[in-house]
Design a protein around this ligand. Sequence first.
Ligand code: CO
Length: 134
Amino acid sequence: MIGRLNHVAIAVPDVEAAAAVYRDSLGATVSAPVALGEHGVTVVFVDMPNSKIELMEPLGADSPIAAFLERNPAGGVHHVCFEVADLGAAVERLRSTGARIIGRGEPKIGAHGKPVVFLHPKYFLGTLVELEEA
Ligand code: CO
């Protein structure tokens, strides 16, 4: 069921400064910042041959990553995203194994315009997991 690692998302206090670290110290190709108002984050995409890193800075008062950054002021890994071919089938399987899905398990449109669900870090070994229908 689980497919490719789509991205690792890292919450940071300053996305431009974070992008400069990846660009200058690691030689990475980084995008310009993209404001995703609906999702409460400004994102820089770091292109890698086999996946992506998404650097996310809070945007607006109700940013979903604000509390995370309060706990991790220097930034930190926020979630990992795996691709699945069929999100409905994935949710069914997760439910059947007792996995915890955040919310009701109804897919929402994620930051890339594709359906996603988030899986609870208490069940997934301390890691917030995003599943995206590829
Ligand atoms: Co994500």
